[in-house]
Design a protein around this ligand. Structure first.
Ligand code: FES
Length: 304
């Protein structure tokens, strides 16, 4: 089934005929058991589609045709609905992915800090372009957008682990080490880089125990906090704090909701996480109107 390298743009939108071969019985049994755990986390089972697509990638290495069939069957969706999601997000691969996805951030800040040079260098070094995989199946190279790590620009990711303040030379060394099977250590976060399939299983919601390894926020990320502490700066009080310090009269944010109930602390039409209307379990788009949980969950007055 493997056909690394030489992928074309057309290959990004299709899955090969081989990918529709049925799962072996033991793989299917494990997939069903794992999927049951994932689906149980959501009030509506279709909400489990994103983690289930990661689960498929943890087994197949990309979103296969049989994986799409599996998600559709488990979640009671059409294959078109599953495909529509799988083709929307770039983390879902529509052809075999390498063991390591190496992403070079070429968004604005990283680009001007050297990301463009890193991209040119490592692309030439590996002989592959965007979303292409080395012939040994080890590295899939990607241009990626901002990873919220601009304070360490230019940033390179390997299976979503951070490699900060990179250079063309350090990035070429990184991909060489990954291809050679040498241990590499991210500059923040976990102490090692797992495989694409292992990483996909974590994204499906099965922790591997490495989440608390390594440095979380480094000095550059904490610089603003240090300046604030040195100057005794504090965050402005929010609207909720204002309400507590009021004169005893009703605050403008305490008002009747659209359905008429008094929703304390919120202006009409605004919702908190506890009174946001929810849908019925497994309600389909275009189906019955969403249940208005405010009617059930709004605070009741004493004695009523
Ligand atoms: S622009 Fe590269 S991490 Fe933000």
């Amino acid at each position: 089934m493997e056909h690394y390298g030489l992928q074309t743009a057309a290959g990004h939108l299709t899955v090969s005929a081989e990918s529709k071969e049925p799962y072996a019985a033991e793989h299917l049994a494990q997939l069903r058991a794992d999927a049951e755990l994932v689906v149980a986390r959501y009030p509506q089972k279709r909400s489990a589609l994103l983690p289930l697509l990661h689960l498929v990638q943890s087994v197949d290495g990309y979103v296969t045709g049989r994986g799409i069939d599996f998600c559709a069957e488990v979640l009671d969706l059409t294959r078109a609905e599953v495909s529509g999601v799988a083709t929307f997000y770039t983390q879902y691969k529509r052809h075999p992915n390498g063991e390591y996805t190496v992403g070079v951030c070429t968004n604005t800040l990283c680009a001007i800090m050297g990301g463009d040079e890193i991209w040119e260098s490592v692309s030439e070094h590996l002989g592959v372009g965007h979303d292409e995989t080395t012939a040994d199946g080890k590295v899939t190279l990607e241009r990626i957008e901002c990873n919220a790590a601009c304070d360490y620009a230019p940033v390179v990711m390997a299976n979503w682990e951070f490699f900060d303040n990179q250079t063309p030379e350090s990035t070429n060394q990184l991909v060489d080490d990954l291809r050679a099977g040498a241990a590499v250590k991210p500059t923040r976060g976990a102490n090692s880089v797992c495989t694409f399939k292992q990483m996909s299983r974590v994204l499906a919601g099965f922790p591997d125990g490495r989440a608390d390894e390594g440095v979380g926020a480094g000095p550059a990320s904490l610089r603003g906090l240090e300046v604030a502490h040195a100057n005794n700066w504090t965050a402005p009080a929010g609207a909720d704090a204002d309400e507590g310090a009021g004169s005893g009269t009703a605050h403008a944010d305490t008002a009747a909701s659209p359905s008429g109930e008094q929703v304390e602390g919120r202006a009409a039409g605004r919702h908190t996480s506890v009174n946001t209307p929810t849908n019925e379990p497994d309600e389909k788009p275009g189906g019955a109107p969403a249940k208005d949980s405010r009617k059930d969950d709004a605070p009741k007055e004493e004695g009523k």
